[in-house]
Design a protein around this ligand. Structure first.
Ligand code: ZN
Length: 72
């Protein structure tokens, strides 16, 4: 599956990568994403203006809607 990944701490160091599909843990759900939005924090990640610690690489994006495919 594809994911937008922040891979470095310089502005613009994000890229679309092929990543492994995650497996649902006991308290998780896996969703098939159908629609996404861009949050202000995504822009801050892209421009590296984040104000909290981040371990890279990190997959970006948290504004989405979809269908639950798997329940842990
Ligand atoms: Zn947001």
């Amino acid at each position: 599956m594809k994911a937008l990944v922040k891979y470095g701490m310089k502005p613009g160091e994000v890229e679309l990568r092929e990543v492994e599909k995650p497996a649902a843990g006991p308290d998780d759900v896996i969703m098939r994403v159908k629609s996404v939005g861009v949050c202000g924090s995504d822009i801050e990640f892209w421009q590296n203006r984040i104000t909290f610690p981040v371990n890279i690489p990190v997959t970006l994006g948290h504004e989405f809607a979809g269908i639950v495919e798997e329940v842990g």
